[in-house]
Design a protein around this ligand. Structure first.
Ligand code: NDP
Length: 392
């Protein structure tokens, strides 16, 4: 029986993963090692009971009493805190979903690679901040990383059986998010509620706002480079409002292989869960005749400066991705807290990169996870100082 763990089980990706695990047989088909969550302990406990998990871990110490109470009599162990998350990752599992949001997902994913199994990687921050380290760790332990981000899963599928040397270009699509068609001058006054309203995908709030600003696509550009080893100049972003074509791969003979599917993350998660096989998945089937037409357009650089910043980060390489992600997280927190405007986020990220570049050579390759996490902490301090939250 295949053993599995899900990190970030209570989130948007985590819930979709749980849904698939239950549909594919639940505890009769999988031995669940660890499930982890944050503050939603009621949901974590319900999932852990349903799957008969060995351990359920909340990231927050103060949530432990509630988790214990919710698991009473179930036989599921309860634990809390960052060390407990790592301990959960140390428990061998054949298939591990990495779906904690943000840089907090980095260390558990790294640890899970040590068992040489499969890491289904939704946590895009892992590749953006520490791509080369993560891939080297996987190679060292004979582990496999499968992409869960829909665009990267689409590229992965388009590349099946193909020669990577024959790839000319990789095109990832973007819906354009909540403000795709807003007049530019209105963006500065955009509210959190408006930015949290995605036109096509149902996702967590943070990634939905990142879609509106295209910071999400900017992260995906960097992820594409790291995961598939293509040059930045070979990667393009195409605005595609319908979110039906997730990515295209262009080959030396001029052929473009596209991946189409309904915007439902259970497709990419299910692909990673069942790879190399394909299982029946509960996702809507496309009716192209009913859709009638699909549209594409080039991204507007004024509306989405995050894409330019991602290209600068890809040029810098090294620790620039860690700075970019940390500054983006501070910018997003500040926007959600009402401290900065929607269009100020890109300026804050750019300002943080500029300041960090003068302090250290960001192009130096990260040699350890600690180095990445230290750079992450420094970049957060610089970003907070820039908006006057604390002294740098
Ligand atoms: P959510 O915010 O919906 O869920 C995040 C999960 O992480 C929850 O289980 C949450 O717990 C937990 N969590 C939050 N903070 C911490 C922390 N500090 N330490 C440990 N656990 C924590 O995120 P999503 O599911 O939307 O995204 C997860 C990852 O997948 C992200 O990296 C995102 O970029 C990526 N992704 C998401 C997609 C989507 O469709 N949602 C698509 C592609 C990639 P709790 O809720 O209990 O507090």
């Amino acid at each position: 029986m295949r053993s599995i763990s899900v990190f970030g089980a209570t989130g948007s990706i985590g819930e979709s993963t749980f849904d698939l695990l239950m549909r594919q047989g639940g505890r009769a088909a999988f031995r669940t090692v660890a499930l982890t969550g944050g503050r939603n302990v009621a949901r974590l406990a319900a999932q852990a009971r349903a799957l008969g998990a060995e351990v359920a871990v909340t990231a927050h110490d103060d949530c432990l009493p509630d988790l214990r109470a919710a698991l009473a009599g179930s036989g599921v162990e309860a634990a809390a805190g960052a060390a407990a998350l790592l301990e959960a990752a140390d428990r061998p599992a054949d298939w591990v979903m990495s779906a904690i949001i943000g840089a907090a997902g980095l260390a558990p994913g790294f640890r899970a690679l040590r068992h040489g199994g499969t890491l289904a990687l939704a946590n895009k921050e892992s590749l953006v901040t520490a791509g080369p380290l993560l891939l080297a760790e996987a190679a060292r332990h004979g582990a496999r990383i499968l992409p869960v981000d829909s665009e990267h899963s689409a590229v992965f599928q388009a590349l099946a059986g193909e020669d990577i040397a024959a790839v000319e270009r990789v095109i990832i699509t973007a819906s354009g998010g909540a403000f795709r068609d807003w007049p530019l001058e209105r963006l500065a006054r955009a509210t959190v509620a408006e930015a949290s309203n995605h036109p096509t995908w149902a996702m967590g709030q943070r990634i939905t706002i990142d879609s509106a600003s295209m910071f999400n696509k900017a992260m995906e550009l960097i992820e594409t480079r790291e995961f598939f080893g293509v040059n930045p100049a070979q990667i393009e972003v195409l605005v595609h409002p319908e979110s039906i074509v997730h990515a295209l791969v262009g080959f030396a003979d001029g052929a473009l292989m596209a991946h189409l599917g309904a915007p439902d993350m259970r497709h990419a998660i299910g692909y990673a869960l069942n790879w190399p096989l394909r299982a029946a998945l509960p996702v809507p089937r496309l009716d192209l005749a009913a859709l009638g037409q699909l549209s594409f357009r080039a991204p507007d650089p004024l509306r989405w400066p995050a894409l330019r910043l991602a290209r600068e980060v890809m040029e810098l390489r090294g620790l620039a991705g860690a700075v970019f992600n940390a500054a983006k997280e501070v910018a997003l927190d500040s926007f959600i807290a009402g401290q900065v405007g929607f269009m100020d986020m890109a300026g804050l990220v750019e300002g943080t990169i500029d300041k960090m570049v003068t302090r250290q050579s960001l192009g130096n390759a990260a040699t350890s996870l600690d180095m990445v996490l230290q750079t992450d902490a420094e970049a957060r301090a610089v970003a907070r100082a820039l908006i006057g939250q604390e002294k740098d």
